[in-house]
Ligand binder design. Structure first.
Ligand code: ADP
Ligand code: MG
Length: 413
């Protein structure tokens, strides 16, 4: 018996899924012909000559907006520092895709994941990692546990939630004592490296009592520091040339690290970065091929383990015997002009505007290929199966699914 009703079950759901994919593909067309309405979600601070972190957060939002405008997009900026207005505007102003560089909500970096959550709630697709990944990466102690579980080399460590906790006896001095959930080297100074129990107690008091943060204590790795910037997802994933910081010209008595003042300056006009302007940056890093490959492998593992999306930066220390150790992953690392990640992209010929376009493109391709939270869902046979979607897309739009970025205006190898 024939029925007028649309077919039920497998076929109907598959059809719906394909329609959804078609809508997402429309984003890609809009990207290419520049009719995509892009939002930039960020933090804009009042001009304040003293606070370099705030100035940087403002300028990254502005520079990305400018880059997108000069690429021909209509851009709307949403300032999360004006929270209520931003939320009203997010609901009112039409945007097709959000460039999410918001690092603070309620002026608190611990709430960075909540900005991405808000976009998920409002069903606005966005660049960068999802809230789970952003929240996990903030918690350095949990990240260390996860990396250790997966056998990724990382400095031996212990952690303190109170002054009464005891240090793991196997750890060897010198150790570094870090706040377990800040970034931008906030709370890290030359004194963070400790050589004995007395100094350890002093630094733990600083972190736990003064700053009221849990403390991560790691073995200090003497050697180079390497930034590994990664862009893309699955078959679009690409590891950019490595950036290596070398400390061989630092004065005596200064530990070989990037403390707060190395990133943001001392504030004194005559002594801006103190001894840290002696750090040499070698880009691309001139390591032997085998070590380069190993560093890239552990960085890619870290990116996958934490389920990073679109772009991220892994930080590694290489000891004097050439052993690499992962320090941390920054999902949504700063991508301001002149920052490490866009500079590494420049090594393969991408200028700043091209880099910003590429991130947007990678994010859209991710949405086309996988629904958000794909990894947390049990694939429904025949419906959510990636191969089916890919087969369909391949039939209609071969360029997107080759994984070779043929659809990109920039050929990247
Ligand atoms: N185990 C370690 N050995 C040597 N240097 C370290 C170690 N951990 C951190 N550092 C130094 O401190 C800096 C900041 O530490 P990191 O864990 O990256 O915190 P943040 O999130 O603030 O960037 C690093 O860039 C590195 O120079
Ligand atoms: Mg760091």
């Amino acid at each position: 018996m024939k029925s007028d009703k649309p077919p039920q079950g497998h076929g109907a759901v598959q059809q719906k899924c394909i329609e959804k994919k078609y809508l997402e593909y429309a984003l890609y067309k809009k990207l290419q012909n520049r009719t995509l309405r892009v939002g930039v979600l960020g933090n804009l601070y009042q001009e304040n000559g003293e606070n370099f972190v705030e100035a940087d957060l403002s300028s990254v939002t502005q520079n990305i907006s400018e880059a997108l405008r000069s690429l021909g997009f209509e851009v709307t900026v949403f300032d999360m520092n004006k929270r209520n207005t931003a939320i009203d505007e997010l609901m009112e102003k039409p945007v097709d895709f959000m460039f999410n560089v918001c690092e603070r909500v309620n002026n608190n970096s611990l709430l960075e994941p909540h900005a991405a959550s808000l976009l998920d709630i409002l069903q606005i697709p966005y660049t960068g990692s999802n809230p789970q990944t952003l929240a996990l990466a903030i918690d350095k102690i949990r990240v260390k546990k996860l990396l250790s579980y997966h056998g990724v080399p990382t400095p031996s460590f212990d952690y303190f939630y109170s002054m009464n906790d005891r240090l793991e006896e196997d750890l060897k001095y010198p150790l570094i004592v870090k706040p377990a959930n800040t970034d931008n080297s906030i709370g890290i100074t030359n004194d963070s490296i400790v050589r004995n129990r007395k100094e350890l107690k002093r630094q733990l008091e600083k972190v736990i009592v003064e700053h009221k943060r849990p403390a991560l204590v790691e073995e200090y790795i003497e050697g180079d520091e390497v930034d590994i910037s990664i862009v893309g997802n699955d078959e679009t994933m690409q590891i950019l040339p490595l950036s290596r910081s070398i400390f061989d010209q630092m004065p005596e008595g200064v530990w070989h690290i990037y403390p707060f003042e190395a990133k943001w300056g001392t504030g004194a006009a005559t002594d801006y970065y103190g001894p840290y302007d002696k750090i040499r940056v070698e880009r691309p890093a001139k390591y032997p091929a085998k070590l380069t490959r190993f560093i890239k492998e552990i960085a890619a593992d870290t990116y996958h383990i934490l389920d990073c999306h679109d772009y991220g930066r892994v930080e590694v220390r290489v000891d004097q015997d050439g052993n690499p150790f992962v320090l941390e992953l920054n999902p949504n690392p700063s991508i301001n002009k002149g920052d490490s990640t866009p500079n590494c992209a420049a090594e393969i010929g991408m200028d700043y505007n091209q880099f910003i376009y590429h991130i947007l493109e990678l994010a859209i391709i991710r949405y086309i290929k996988n629904p958000p939270y794909f990894h947390l869902q049990v694939p429904d046979p025949g419906i959510r199966r990636k191969e089916n979607i890919l087969k369909w897309l391949n039939f209609r739009y071969p360029a997107i699914t080759t994984g070779k970025m043929n659809a990109s205006p920039y050929q990247i190898i």
